[in-house]
Design a protein around this ligand. Structure first.
Ligand SMILES: C[S@@+](CC[C@H](N)C(=O)[O-])C[C@H]1O[C@@H](n2cnc3c(N)ncnc32)[C@H](O)[C@@H]1O
Length: 269
């Protein structure tokens, strides 16, 4: 196509579509040409390739670090603190009902960390600072997980966080860091960050979870992939455990695994 830095054809798009589906389960529909071109152009520049055809052939011939970069470039990581707030209200009630229970929670598409830190803030507020609580926070994207574990954010991204929570759980940057906030260690010490690919059968968990957050990621998967992920989540959850999903996600077809309990909250059968 004219005016582009790199040659880009329908065949290149089809190849990217097949590769990201196989690696991450992400179904890229045909309207995503411009997005894919712009996100992957940087990879061509960084790896010194002159065309998509050349880059993709090289990628397919390696088993190295570029695969992670390829996946990182194609994921969509939009998130925010206390997104879909009603889940945190339900979650707080669950925790308060069993304050001495050893809670094990998994945030399975943690992105840049706003969601797992919202979970931990809710746990500390509901259970107190001596909470018997642990959170595994994972994502397929290594870059967003690095941001999540650093726990440093722009102050303006804190819209969902109340002033009292900001005071209790964040440190304000000074001098060169003004305008930034950092999550306090009392939150980060409760979170274990790790890479987990939802579509693979190699999840590292030994114990079962009481609660799983899997929000706003299944929308990128087709129905067969969603069903496979639900079956695997079912296996790593305790019976009666609660699964929170995103507002546009509906799994009522899988009622053999999960039954709807409330707005986008399911109970593990
Ligand atoms: C739109 S964000 C949602 C973040 C957060 N759960 C929320 O609701 O705000 C989707 C996240 O899913 C991750 N993701 C995409 N495919 C994945 C896969 N196969 N395994 C694990 N995470 C995946 C992306 O990297 C991205 O960070």
């Amino acid at each position: 196509m004219q005016g582009r830095e790199f040659a880009w054809t329908d065949a290149d798009f089809d190849r990217v579509q097949a590769l990201i589906y196989k690696r991450a389960g992400i179904s890229l529909h045909d309207g995503k040409h411009a997005m894919v071109y712009s996100r992957l152009s940087r990879r061509l520049r960084d790896t010194g390739h002159q065309s998509f055809k050349e880059y993709l052939s090289w990628l397919e011939s390696t088993d190295g670090a570029e695969w992670q970069e390829f996946v990182n470039a194609l994921t969509t990581n939009l998130t925010s603190f206390f997104r879909e707030r009603h889940h945190f209200e339900i979650f707080a009630e669950l925790l308060k009902a069993r304050p001495s229970h050893p809670w094990r929670v998994w945030c399975s598409a943690a992105s840049t960390g706003e969601e797992p830190y919202s979970i931990v803030m809710t746990a500390l507020e509901s259970l107190g600072s001596r909470a018997n609580f642990s959170l595994s926070a994972s994502d397929i994207d290594s870059k967003v997980l690095a941001t999540a574990s650093a726990g440093v954010y722009r102050a303006e991204s804190m819209k969902g966080v109340s002033p009292a929570q900001a005071h209790q759980f964040f440190l304000r940057g000074k001098g060169a860091n003004s305008g930034m906030v950092r999550v306090k260690p009392e939150l980060t010490r409760l979170v274990d960050f790790l890479i987990v690919n939802l579509i693979k059968n190699d999840w590292p968990f030994k114990e079962q979870f009481d609660v799983v957050f899997c929000r706003n990621v299944m929308i990128y998967f087709d129905a067969a992939t969603q069903r496979g992920v639900l079956e695997r989540i079912h296996r790593v959850m305790k019976p009666g455990g609660i699964l929170f999903v995103g507002h546009a996600e509906n799994f009522t077809d899988s009622r053999d695994l999960f039954t709807l309990k409330g707005k986008t909250a399911y109970e593990r059968v």
